[in-house]
Design a protein. Sequence first.
Length: 401
Amino acid sequence: MAEPNSDAQGFPHFATQAIHAGQDPDQWRSQAMIPLISLSTTFKQNSPAVLSGGFEYTRGGNPTRKVYETCLAACENAQYALSFSSGLAATMSVIQTLSVGDHIVCCDDVYGGTNRYFNKVVSRQGITSTFVDCSKMENVRAAITPNTKLVWIESPTNPLLKLNDIRAITTLVHEINSEIIVSVDNTFMSSYFQHPLDLGADLVMHSITKYMNGHGDVLGGALCTNRKDLYDKLYFVQYAVGAVQSPMDCYLANRGLKTLALRMRQHQSNAFAVAKFLESNSRVVKTIYPGLPSHPQHELAVRQCKGFSGMVAFYIKGGLEQSETFLKSVKVFTLAESLGGFESLAELPARMTHASVSAEEREVLGISDTLIRLSVGLEEEADLVADIEQALNAAVPDSLL
């Protein structure tokens, strides 16, 4: 077993931490400035079970993975981090710490893959889930039962960008039962804009595929915590199940962290410009962006986060035809799933990322055929706004205004 990654040098500012934590050249005999990629699957032992280098078999630990996990933990203000082969692999590992008869409370507006996994896979393992609007504390309180072991929330949520008050939820949950784990999917905000552990959460999950890596070339997930007992459980599951991230992907994701601060600032700047344009456009019914004062939870966003990220959602006037025409007309944005990369993406959640959510649930939540989700990238602001404008003009005729 590799040693936990809690030995990162502390720096007072995020960008410096992301560049230097865990990256000390003195850990390599060559004193390389860029961490090495260790592709070896196994490591020499001086005698049986005596590991002079701290590594035994790559499923249990790897030098490249340790460098990355140390940096990742520092970015999340965590003592421990574990990297996984995907975001859902990380989610699965959390569920593997539960037992038959346990219960999960999950926010109702949640990534479609999480909804699908909880409803169609975890439910067959004797673990039940209740989906509620966690922005209302009374819903959280009412959903908790004596066998609740996990509260799973996103903030902002996917795709409707609702805010959940992480501090209020964790305080309430732990007052009811201090043993319940509160886990926050921090994918939409990234470690740069939000630190759920500082707000009382027990666990943070990331789809590293998105903002944290930021280059659209890595599939990965991560879990971060300050609880040694929770880290030990999750490490055991990771080792036993084997859902680890490859050394090459760890190297790439570690590299992605080095520009996270710069990227997130630009994502936010561009998203502000796009959101303000959409809000003022007569071909748009409603614009959703936590950075806009019109967002119903803008005050919470300001209090809970250090920024607002690059995710924007809006309802286009008309129906499915207008949505499809808009998505076919964009030229700078690309019609594709995923988010958080340097390139701008647009998608229709009801037919794409959230198609596995039942039609009834989508209707209740407001995930209609006119809801479009944007991941605003790093292109020139003027080009992004111009692309949105021409696509709206092509999609929504004057007769609908």
